[in-house]
Design a protein around this ligand. Structure first.
Ligand SMILES: Cc1cc2nc3c(=O)[nH]c(=O)nc-3n(C[C@H](O)[C@H](O)[C@H](O)COP(=O)(O)OP(=O)(O)OC[C@H]3O[C@@H](n4cnc5c(N)ncnc54)[C@H](O)[C@@H]3O)c2cc1C
Length: 656
């Protein structure tokens, strides 16, 4: 490292030990709320974040809508209705527990956010009188204006607000520190969480964290199939530092995962192929329900779920006749009939009817409030839009009252991908858990995008807080466990190895090779021999390429560790694909050697974990969580009472 100019202190080889009751790994929305919940219960909390907590994670640069705020005062739906709809929408390959927590507690977390200084209401009356605003509460709604369970929010204010609350509560924040391994203790043949190892990504210092309980909130894997060595920052939708380290260290430690065989054809921002998110005209998500026109300026019609053409802009925000509510945003790309909302005619139909490419989003034809709320609020508050899109376009003269924005590709993605260019997008696999959001290893919990079938911010905030509560309850009774020094020593050797080499391969080469291997051997259509070939190729990378990776400084070292994690996750995915011996539509899973699609005996969660280098498979019924409301209420009586008093104006006397 010494021959290069490096602006930070060289602490390679140094080690410190930190002790906390609750250890949170990952400082995104889920991690921050987990830490807050535990700290509110009077426990000491350490939070480990690879970036800078004040702006890190998927929501660091903002979000524009908060899904499933089913208990807000204007909502016309119940948490049970929406959680069950999410489960049904994914053909039950969904996380009922986490979705119910999201729908039941998501609005509570938003009220917390407001108390921390985040903006959730139109306090300046910028949109007074708008159809999507409730003038009494000043809450603003997106998508379904009749049922009002998705809120438009000022998400750029959220991470700083959470960060200051963490500081206020005395949470010890370890920024620029990558968690690299879980530490376990084994008593009477049973594994228990004991802490984790972290490395400072600027100085190389190692920190050994000891804790009574640990919460995993390090998001989900990326760069498995899609990687561009010259554009690594643009490889996927989520932030570049979230590449699935939490999954990788969990896999190495024996944590159980499910749905890891699910992957979808690339959707967004991969390898410099698409435009930056939300930068091209479209009518999805942030841009819903922008008026779209064709090359001649002819307006593209919106239709409701029954195919009825809608004439007024306002009609785009209401359920069809006889429909209770519709779902939009997040993972709801191709909703089932029951949950389908108004949408423009699909691409093939437009071609048949003679509409001419290219298409444009034309906000100038929309009512003023709808135009302003898309361009200025949604584009502006949504992640990655404030500076790259809103500010840059405005400075270069874009005026939504006068100009249109071209739409590239056939959807919001602004690019199309090959079938083998896949992604863990939408609601992919992740950590398996019980009603306490506890993993199969005692003392280790998980939340947010690291859980299986996760999706949005409300989900991350609500599950984060919930996991924080449960981990705190456990920590109150659990001892601090001894750390195995040999495990720490081995981990330090693994971490530093690339720094000790004078010459070798760059981390990008290995990432590229893994991505190509995954495209070739774990693409759209899979079969046993192909998957085994993939495993054997990855094994050769582990044996031949990993020992050649060479780094010049702690930053490159972090990138190398990420790619080692990508290798572990890729192997887990190949194993998961081997375990499902049938094809499945909801899991976007095709096996040419097992073409039968969704046979009854395989309608189940297949789980997998690693034990002594071997893969251990398991099977869990799809609806293992039981009746969502009943099971939740059984386990959360204290919280229900606390929330009634704190968030819903109860005086606490009704139960006396
Ligand atoms: C551009 C964009 C727009 C979005 N818009 C919306 C929206 O409008 N509404 C909505 O509801 N959802 C939206 N989402 C999704 C939502 O932001 C995420 O689902 C949610 O923020 C996930 O929170 P999380 O805490 O689970 O993960 P993250 O926020 O991704 O946090 C994970 C954290 O872990 C850290 N980390 C990773 N590896 C390590 C490691 N080894 N050690 C330590 N730390 C590590 C990362 O740096 C990161 O800070 C959007 C996502 C993106 C990317």
């Amino acid at each position: 490292m010494s021959q290069y100019q490096w602006p930070y202190e060289n602490e390679v080889g140094r080690e410190e030990e930190v002790t906390a009751d609750v250890l949170v790994l990952g400082g995104g929305i889920a991690g921050c709320y987990a830490a807050i919940a535990a700290a509110r219960r009077g426990l000491s909390v350490a939070l480990v974040e690879k970036g800078a907590t004040i702006r890190s994670g998927a929501a660091g640069s903002g979000i524009d809508h908060w899904e499933s705020a089913c208990t807000n005062p204007c909502s016309k739906v119940t948490p049970k209705e929406i959680a069950e709809a999410y489960v049904d929408e994914q053909d039950h390959y969904s996380n009922g527990i986490a979705h119910y927590i999201e729908c039941r507690e998501g609005y509570d977390r938003l009220l917390d956010m407001e108390s921390f200084g985040g903006k959730i209401r139109d306090t300046e009356d910028e949109f007074a009188g708008a159809e999507f605003r409730d003038d009494e509460t000043k809450l603003m709604f997106a998508y379904d204006y009749a049922n009002r369970f998705t809120l438009r929010v000022w998400g750029t204010t959220f991470k700083p607000a959470l960060f200051h609350e963490l500081k206020r509560l005395g949470v010890k924040i370890f920024d620029r520190t990558e968690a690299t391994a879980l530490l376990l203790s084994e008593e009477e043949g049973k594994k228990r969480g004991a802490g984790a190892v972290g490395m400072n990504v600027r100085t190389g210092k190692i920190t050994v964290f000891r804790s009574r309980s640990t919460i995993l909130t390090m998001s989900r894997p990326a760069r498995i199939w899609l990687f561009h060595p010259d554009l690594p920052g643009l490889c996927e939708f989520r932030p570049p530092q979230s590449i699935g380290s939490g999954h990788a260290m969990g896999w190495r430690a024996g944590i159980e995962f499910t749905m890891m065989e699910k992957s979808v054809k690339g959707e967004f921002s991969a390898s410099g192929r698409s435009f930056p998110p939300y930068a091209a005209g479209n009518n999805h998500n942030t841009w819903y329900a922008a008026t779209m026109v064709d090359a001649r300026g002819v307006e593209i019609p919106y239709v409701d779920r029954d195919g009825r053409e809608l004439s007024a802009v306002s009609e785009r925000y209401y359920p069809a006749k006889g429909q209770k509510f519709f779902l939009k945003g997040g993972v709801i790309d191709n909703p089932k009939y029951e949950y389908r909302g108004p949408e423009t005619l699909d691409f093939e139909e437009l071609m048949k009817r003679g509409y001419q490419l290219p298409f444009y989003a034309d906000l100038s034809r929309m009512p003023e409030m709808e135009r302003r709320v898309i361009w200025g609020m949604m584009v502006g508050e949504e992640g990655k839009t404030r500076i790259p899109v809103l500010q840059n376009y405005t400075e270069r003269g874009f005026d939504p009252k006068l100009h249109m924005l071209q739409s590239y590709g056939s959807g919001w993605q602004s690019a199309s991908f090959l079938p083998q260019e896949r992604q863990l997008f939408g609601a992919p696999g992740g950590v398996m858990h019980d009603w306490d959001l506890r993993t199969n290893i005692e003392g280790i919990y998980a939340a947010g995008d690291q859980l299986f079938a996760s999706d949005c911010c409300g989900f991350a905030a609500a599950t984060g807080y919930y996991a924080g509560r449960k981990a705190a309850e456990y920590a109150k009774k659990a001892p601090l466990r001894d750390i195995c020094r040999d495990d720490v020593k081995r981990e330090k050797e693994r971490l530093y190895a690339p720094l000790l080499r004078e010459e070798g391969m760059d981390w990008r080469e290995l990432n590229m090779a893994i991505s190509k291997a995954m495209q070739n051997y774990c693409g759209e259509v899979k079969c046993r021999d192909l998957l085994l070939e993939g495993l054997s190729l990855l094994k050769s990378y582990r044996e031949e390429a990993v020992p050649q990776i060479c780094c010049r400084n702690p930053h490159e070292l972090m990138r190398a560790h990420e790619v080692f994690d990508i290798l572990d996750v890729s192997e887990m995915i190949l194993h998961a694909c081997l375990l499902r011996e049938s094809s499945s539509e909801p899991l976007c899973f095709v096996r040419s050697d097992f073409p039968q699609t969704d046979p009854q005996e395989d309608r189940r969660f297949i789980t997998l974990r690693q034990e002594g280098g071997e893969v251990v498979a398991g099977s869990v019924p799809l609806d293992y969580f039981g009746d969502l409301e009943e099971e939740y209420e059984k386990r959360n009586r204290d919280y229900i009472e606390e929330a009634r008093v704190k968030y819903y104006g109860g005086d606490g006397k009704e139960n006396e």
